[in-house]
Design a protein around this ligand. Structure first.
Ligand code: S3P
Length: 752
């Protein structure tokens, strides 16, 4: 609306059922049109609509309703569409927008083409994903669309001004508007809406026909009620929907029938393993469905929670905490557990989105995984050759580690697979793994520039061959990828690293009984062996602990103990660097748990000084630099980091993004191609910083607040959940003045 003018002059709603009536009353309540006119074959409903204040004007005919209307909404059963279009066509104003609210879109498009002889740019098919099992004008509710999605499927030549106005109307009714193609809409709706309705109708009908039907209904408890609520929906509307979305619905029914049949067989054969596998996969998918379905359904990238951190300046950090489990070790525990023979139990597993994506990927490949339940996971290993082809692309979210390690493992399987990820992962370099895998004989396609998705053709009966690889960059992910492929390769696979990188894969392989040799900077193994299930106790992640090591160091008066922190020598760069800067970190209770060193750390505030960070420490602290940059800002003197160009291809360009964020807070830095120079002692002011969806950037700026002079807002923090679920609560518990605000952000997806 501009200048107090409503969006539309006259809106004609043809069909005053639940959806038409609700839209009419939402338009009236929000003053979105001067006049709302209704037309319906049920005259009583029209009059009722007028007396209830749902419409302004009753039209005797559809033709009369559309005359002079600048928006016409068809809200009739989809099978009635063609007839109504024929009636209204001669009376439509030249510039009127025509839309509908039907559940299937290809039928509407066909009807429009039949009646208009083309698809005019001002006709915009629509579908509000909202409803109720109640039907009719009496159920009309102006709030029906609030916080619901509306899908528009505009033609390619759509008039953008019309599209914008229609979008504005739905948004003013509280809805979130997405656009997608007609075909995609119908496929997705067949699966997510039409099939569940069909099953609900069918189940209730079957049970109602049983001899004991009264008893069945009498004793039916919550499960039956929840599951069959939608069987009370309008039969005419649904009969129309199934007839009009025939092909897509048949495809999904066939798929479902096949899977149901498999469950039947499993029950008949007393095959508990299959039941457990399917049920636990479904439970997990249900719990994480918006993330996990990404790449497969219309929720893809559409709707992610936007999380903003708000931090009040100052404070000190006190307490005794255990941060969540190590991300690298958590990924590997699932991978090796799945390939092992026997049952692997994992304690302290990181329930972050990255490692949960790894669990889901193995479930998609037929592995039964129980949990995670408070960090406890039980994996029913399927052996080296027991993975099954996944049914669709494997979605790995934000996880570079997942994608690189999976590429090695999947290159050696007999089936084809595809690895996808979120926006950040989709621009990360994958040739670093694809190239050496290709020289082992793997067939892998990447998108342009070696980016995801990765299409892995599978071994197609040909075994990979072992190679020696001199890694040009120090990368544990590349090394681990090749070692995983090497498990299946003919002969020996060896990797030489230019500098030591984390060695969790080697340690864990040894723990699972697989022989791994190390000779100086070269690690090697021979293919064809087997893994034996093991028990894993995942230490707390030193990369997550790092934020608190820095926090307690920079905030005067701090004294914090961190328990059970992983102290693998290939990961402790952050401690060495902080100590060189003068940090007061005490290490105690050093022990080894399941092949990984662990200790408790006590850190107290200290006067930090700037240093030249030794380049040999870079791979050992690769994930901790964003936090270390905050330490450097609070130190006296200059800190110089070089030899760290890898930081530019992490979840974000961590050199530039940190420099930008610091600049926003009034801290000047000098950015170099492979590092940064930070003059310590500058004042950190308040301001609004962008994390670019990078979890470690978000947490680093949260820590910076301890020494800031004003409020800091950090945007785009949802991905903190990839590595550190519960960060806000733990941080607040230690004394960081942090709160998180969540809102739903919706971006149109590229399915069109
Ligand atoms: C990881 C290795 C590192 C690290 C990443 C996790 C791993 O990446 O940055 O967060 O689990 O192997 P590179 O090996 O590419 O440096």
């Amino acid at each position: 609306m501009s200048n107090g003018e409503p969006l539309f002059q006259r809106v004609a709603i043809i069909g005053l059922g639940l959806i038409g009536g609700s839209l009419a009353s939402a338009i009236r309540r929000n003053s979105l049109a001067r006049e709302v006119v209704g037309a319906d074959t049920r005259k009583d409903d029209l009059l009722l609509g007028q007396s209830l204040g749902i419409i302004d004007t009753v039209a005797e005919t559809t033709a009369e309703a559309v005359q002079g209307a600048d928006l016409v909404v068809l809200a009739v059963p989809v099978q009635a569409t063609r007839k109504v279009l024929e009636e209204i066509r001669p009376h439509l104003a030249a510039d009127a927008i025509l839309t509908d609210v039907g559940s299937t879109k290809s039928g509407f498009v066909k009807d429009v083409e039949a009646v208009f002889g083309e698809f005019p740019p001002r006709i915009i098919p629509g579908h509000p994903i909202a409803g109720s099992e109640r039907s009719g004008i009496r159920a009309a509710n102006p709030d029906l669309f609030a916080n619901h999605k509306v899908i528009l499927t505009p033609p390619d030549n759509v008039s953008h001004s019309h599209l914008d106005r229609l979008r504005a109307l739905w948004e003013a009714c509280g809805a979130t508007v997405l656009t997608m193609s007609v075909a995609y809409h119908d496929e997705v709706l067949a699966a997510t809406s039409h099939l569940p309705h069909l099953i609900a109708f069918s189940l209730v009908d079957t049970l109602a026909g049983e001899d004991e039907n009264m008893d069945i209904f009498r004793y039916a408890a919550g499960g039956f009620r929840d599951f069959t609520r939608i069987a009370a929906s309008d039969p005419v509307m649904w009969h129309d929907i199934f007839l009009s979305n025939r092909d897509a619905v048949l495809r999904v029914i066939d798929h479902f029938t096949h899977d149901l049949d498999q469950l039947r067989t499993a029950i008949a054969d007393q095959d508990g393993a299959t039941l457990l596998r399917v049920f636990s996969r479904a439970k997990a998918a249900r719990e994480h469905f918006s993330k996990m379905l990404s790449g497969q359904a219309y929720v893809t990238n559409n709707s992610e929670n936007q999380v903003t951190f708000r931090l009040q300046p100052g404070g000190k950090v006190i307490g005794d905490i255990r941060v969540p489990g190590d991300k690298s070790i958590s990924h590997r525990s699932i991978m090796l557990g799945a390939l092992a023979e026997g049952i692997t139990e994992v304690k302290g597993f990181l329930e972050g989105e990255d490692s949960l994506a790894t669990i889901q990927a193995f479930r998609d490949m037929g592995v039964t995984i129980e949990g995670p339940d408070d960090g406890f996971v039980r994996i029913h290993g399927v052996g080296m050759h027991g993975l099954q082809a996944p049914r669709g692309p494997i979605y790995l979210g934000n996880s570079g580690t997942g994608m690189r390690l999976f590429s090695g493992l999947l290159a050696a399987q007999s089936f084809e697979s595809e690895l996808t990820g979120d926006a950040s992962l989709s621009v990360r370099p994958m040739n670093r793994v694809a190239d050496p895998l290709r020289s082992m004989g793997a067939v892998i396609d990447t998108a342009e520039g070696g980016r995801p998705p990765l299409k892995i053709r599978g071994s197609q009966g040909k075994q990979l061959k072992g190679i020696h690889y001199d890694m040009p960059i120090a990368s544990a992910q590349v090394k681990s990828c090749l070692l995983l492929a090497g498990l299946y390769a003919d002969g020996t696979t060896s990797v030489t690293e230019p500098a030591p990188t984390r060695d969790h894969t080697e340690r864990m392989l040894t723990g699972f009984g697989y022989k791994v040799e190390r000779d100086g900077s070269t690690v090697s193994l021979s293919g064809g062996g087997k893994l034996t299930a093991s028990c894993i106790d995942v230490p707390a992640d030193i990369s997550s602990a790092a934020f608190f090591l820095v926090a307690a160091s920079i905030a005067p008066g701090s004294d914090l103990t961190l328990r059970h922190v992983g102290m693998n020598p290939t990961r402790v760069g952050v401690i060495s660097i902080l100590r060189q800067m003068g940090a007061d970190i005490e290490v105690s209770a050093e022990r080894e748990i399941g092949g990984e060193p662990v200790a408790d750390l006590r850190v107290r505030s200290a006067e930090l000084k700037g240093i030249n960070i030794p380049e040999d420490q870079v791979p050992l602290a690769i994930d901790e630099f964003p936090a270390l940059f905050i330490a450097a800002t609070c130190a006296t003197g200059r800190t110089v980091l070089s030899g760290a160009e890898e930081l530019r291809v992490k979840e974000s360009d961590r050199i530039q993004v940190m420099a930008d964020g610091l600049a926003t807070l009034g801290v000047e830095t000098e950015v170099m191609a492979d590092g940064i120079v930070i003059e310590g002692g500058q004042t950190i002011k308040g301001g609004s910083v962008q994390s670019h969806g990078d979890h470690r950037i978000a947490m680093s700026f949260a820590v910076a607040s301890l020494r800031a002079t004003g409020e800091i807002e950090v945007n785009d923090c949802a991905n903190v959940a990839t590595s550190f679920p519960g960060f806000v609560e733990i941080a607040r518990g230690t004394g960081i003045n942090i709160s998180a605000e969540t809102s739903e952000a919706v971006v149109d997806q590229g399915a069109k």
